[in-house]
Design a binder for this molecule. Structure first.
Ligand SMILES: [Mg+2]
Length: 223
């Protein structure tokens, strides 16, 4: 194994920034201390990040990830797992329009209306993966009743080639099963048929429970 390969195999591709506080953290601070004046300042920092640095950071993560996937010995039936919301698809402009004061109900309505937008650097990376004959599975905590809408929205936005799209069954959500637990169990099921070589998500808890392959954490300062 050469030195470059060794480095690629050992570095975690996490983006960690101390400079930006997420919207909920800034809001919580605002609610605790009404004299806290930085909420608007942090909203502006988040806007600056998403409109200037976000895509650069994603490109860097994706470039490293592609080098990594091309450098490893690919096992038989290798597959890469992607989360959907704020991993491959975005509602950033909607959040911004709402001044970051949105409801889950509004987001669900947007999911039904196929209004999620592809995140460009991730889409470009996805296209490279498909060209290199990698298999992709999407696992999302969206409710299973959204399967048709999510499938159509992914296709409409350019994610046209994937092995499977797996959504969180409503009955499990109703029983109180937590999304990261369901995702880990789902990856375990997927592992019976495929070799998972990598996982991408904007939320750290999506990597809990194993069966992830190499983890690629993407930035999220929105929630
Ligand atoms: Mg997500």
């Amino acid at each position: 194994m050469n030195f470059v390969k060794l480095i690629l195999l050992t570095i975690p591709f996490y983006v960690i920034s101390d400079e930006i506080i997420s919207i909920p953290k800034a809001k919580a601070q605002f609610n605790i201390d009404k004299n806290y004046t930085n909420f608007e300042h942090h909203k502006q920092k988040v806007k600056d990040y998403y409109e200037h640095q976000y895509h650069n950071d994603l490109q860097e993560i994706c470039q490293n990830a592609l080098l990594y996937f091309l450098s490893i010995k690919r096992p038989e039936n290798a597959v890469i797992i992607f989360d959907v919301d704020d991993t491959v698809m975005s509602h950033y402009h909607f959040y911004k329009e709402k001044n970051f004061e949105w409801t889950v109900k509004e987001i669900h309505a947007r999911h039904h209306q196929l209004q999620s937008k592809a995140i460009k650097p991730i889409l470009e990376f996805y296209i490279q993966l498909i060209k290199n004959k990698f298999k992709i599975i999407f696992i999302t905590a969206r409710r299973s009743c959204l399967k048709k809408a999510t499938y159509q929205n992914l296709i409409q936005e350019g994610y046209t080639n994937f092995e499977d799209l797996i959504l969180f069954p409503i009955e499990l959500r109703d029983k109180g099963v937590k999304a990261p637990v369901w995702k880990a169990n789902t990856r375990e099921e997927v592992s019976k048929k495929y070799n998972i070589i990598g996982s991408f998500s904007d939320l750290q808890e999506d990597f809990e429970g194993g069966h992830t392959g190499k983890c690629f954490k993407l930035p999220n300062y929105l929630y």
